[in-house]
Design a protein around this ligand. Structure first.
Ligand code: ADP
Length: 296
């Protein structure tokens, strides 16, 4: 079971090159597609979900040509877009029941069983009688997963699902995704490094339409081990440090920049070594410093 993306490119009519020869091989489990806003994530997600065409390239999943056999792939696909519209006046239970009919589950008893199981799985059982219009962002997203799971998909695509969720909801949602099942490919597109950190077994970083890396989060962290150094500096020193060092990231802590620097050897006085975080991996690639890392 593998989603294979080969040489996919897309330029929008306004000239924006949203995808540049994207190649990815995505196996079962949870895959994190990480990149800043405008990187091309949604374009790629919509293309895999057969909602738009690339200019070139090939995509296949379980022997199906995704770009040509759209009806076939749609039977295996669950897609949760960034903005998820719901019928505001209907309850979660009623809408799921209705969607189950559309999915061909005609037996009422069978439907009740399926809908009940999904409401429990997505932690919406308590709220099943509430109207969807009154749902919070997180509840809506969980409902989105419930309806996507109705069709028993083998490929699930969720595009920026955690934007706007509070931390508790975010955790609940990510845990739900990671529990979805062994025989499923789940692609989570996000600009939030933390989303990918704990639950994704495989990940890619994309920027300006280009895949900068694909690999295991842990293996990437290992590459950085012993190479990340931190120091608190004065704001006025920042330009000088930027000249002198490979700065991966800068954060203001109590008004002072806290910089992370990439260096094989101790960079100098006042720096201390730190255990690398996925954020360091992310910024290393996004700022084009990956040449300084050992080859995979
Ligand atoms: P992301 O999901 O990573 O934020 P998108 O795929 O939405 O990235 O966008 C990639 C680039 O393509 C951006 O520069 C965006 O402005 C542009 N873009 C997205 N959709 C369209 C469109 N329909 N027409 C023109 N440009 C678009």
């Amino acid at each position: 079971m593998e989603l294979l993306i080969e040489n996919v490119s897309k330029t929008y009519p306004n000239g924006v090159q949203a995808l540049r020869e994207v190649n990815l091989r995505i196996g079962r489990g949870m895959f994190g597609l990480l990149g800043p806003n405008g990187a091309g994530k949604s374009t790629l997600m919509r293309t895999i979900a057969t909602l738009q065409e690339p200019d070139q390239g090939r995509i296949s999943f379980m022997g199906i040509d995704v770009l040509r056999q759209k009806d076939e792939i749609r039977k295996l696909l669950g897609y949760l877009p960034q903005e998820f519209g719901v019928y505001p006046k209907v309850s979660a239970e009623m809408l799921l029941d209705h969607l189950a009919v559309l999915n061909g589950i005609t037996s009422r008893a069978q439907r009740r069983k399926v809908v009940e199981a999904l409401l429990h799985k997505t932690n919406l059982w308590q709220d099943r009688k509430k109207k969807l219009g009154g749902f919070s962002g997180g509840m809506k997203q969980r409902f989105g997963i419930a309806q996507a799971l109705l069709a028993n998909p083998r490929l699930i695509i969720v595009d920026e699902p955690t934007a706007g969720l509070d931390p508790a909801e975010r955790n609940r949602f990510l845990n739900l995704l990671s529990e979805i099942g062994e025989n499923t490919v789940v692609i989570l597109s996000t600009h939030i490094v933390e989303d990918v950190k704990e639950l994704c077994t495989d990940m890619a970083i994309i920027n300006h339409g280009q895949v900068l890396m694909q690999g295991h989060p842990q293996a990437e962290l290992n590459k950085l081990r012993g190479r990340v150094w931190r120091r608190r500096i004065e704001k006025s020193e920042l330009p000088e440090y930027e000249q002198q060092y490979r700065i991966i990231s800068r954060k203001l802590i109590a008004g002072k920049p806290d910089i992370h620097v990439l260096s094989d050897a101790p960079p100098g006085e006042g720096f201390e070594t730190v255990a690398p975080e996925l954020e360091d991996v992310y910024f290393t690639y996004i700022s084009g410093m990956q040449q300084a890392l050992p080859a995979s």
